[in-house]
Design a binder for this molecule. Structure first.
Ligand code: NAP
Length: 295
């Protein structure tokens, strides 16, 4: 068997094109969607993520109110900027790129963002809404994974999904979304305390890997025909590349292609979906201030 390699780039591009169309319509109704992306410091991975997000904003026609702050920014200074953006009626979404420098309390910062502008879906109000199935912003990466599965027509009803990782931004929320009635998987969550993880993954119809460790999922851990979603983004030193590194996921991709039915590549799988869902969340936030309800 050789897997279908899921083209996250293409699916994300279609979503972004749809967002751009709707942004046009909103602008005709006098509403200009706007996102503020806040970057503190110069962590290379964060700079690269923020660059990708800003490029997507430009392409979608969404106004970009991004703020680049020095590493030395104080917690108080950052909270003040968030407060100003919360009060600014022209701003629909606020995203603080993580991780923050160690002297800033991430929890305090995420709590400071107005839940109605929390397009990353990390505020406890939005996390709570996700848990109990109420409307709210869904976190972009987990939501992007569900949209990927639905778009390519993967049968999820009654299937066994194993999620490797229990972080607040990927593992836990994607587990919760997979278990929702509209997806209807039976979900097992694995982490570093899980004994004999392979005994669980080998039973899985769908495996979502978000460990942040290369080679977490190997060929012997997967049954024939399983669907594998690789969330991991790992920088591996590679002197043959201009950047000095290459990106890999958390799975042994080339081995798994031979055994699975569908698999996401890294890069080009989940990553582009994260950005597409961010554009969609920003659009939805802006729709709330449009008087034409068909928007
Ligand atoms: P994280 O906060 O470091 O969490 C990793 C989770 O994996 C933890 O729950 C950890 O367990 C578990 N884990 C680590 N090694 C394991 C192992 N060998 N076996 C079983 N469980 C293991 O990471 P994260 O923020 O969730 O991100 C995960 C990966 O996804 C990273 O590579 C990150 O860069 C990537 N990511 C990609 C996107 C995207 O858009 N493509 C978005 C977000 C994150 P414990 O809880 O026991 O420590």
């Amino acid at each position: 068997m050789s897997a279908v390699i899921i083209d996250g780039k293409k699916i994300a591009a279609d979503i972004r094109a749809g967002v751009a169309e709707k942004v046009k319509k909103l602008k005709e109704n006098g509403v200009e969607p706007c996102l503020a992306v806040i970057l503190v410091g110069e962590n290379p991975a964060s700079v690269s993520y923020v660059t990708g997000k800003r490029k997507a904003l430009a392409e979608a026609g969404i106004a970009d109110r991004s703020v680049n702050l020095p590493e030395s920014t104080t917690e108080e200074g950052l909270l003040k900027i968030i407060d100003e953006l919360n009060k600014d009626n022209d701003v629909d979404g606020i995203l603080v790129q993580l991780p923050l420098p160690k002297h800033i309390d991430e929890d305090k910062v995420l709590l400071a963002i107005e839940p109605s502008k929390d397009v990353d879906g990390f505020h406890p109000v939005n996390v709570g809404n996700l848990m109990i199935g109420r409307k709210g912003f869904l976190p972009c990466t987990p939501h992007g994974i569900i949209v990927l599965l639905k778009t390519i027509g993967i049968e999820t009803d009654g299937k066994h999904a194993v999620v490797i990782g229990r972080s607040n931004i990927v593992g836990k929320p994607v587990s919760m979304l997979l278990a929702r009635k509209d997806v209807n998987c039976t979900v097992t969550i694995c982490h570093t305390g899980t004994k004999n993880m392979a005994e669980l993954t080998i039973q899985a119809d769908i495996i979502v890997v978000a460990s942040g460790r290369p080679h977490t999922l190997t060929k012997d851990m997967v049954k024939d025909g399983a669907v594998v979603i690789d969330v991991g983004v790992n920088r591996i030193p590679d002197s043959s590349k201009k950047s000095g590194f290459r990106l890999t996921g958390d799975c042994d991709f080339y081995d798994l292609v031979e055994k699975t039915s569908f698999i996401t590549p890294v890069p080009g799988g989940v990553g582009p979906m994260t950005i597409a869902m961010l554009m969609q969340n920003t659009l939805e936030s802006a729709c709330a201030r449009c008087l034409d309800y068909s928007c």
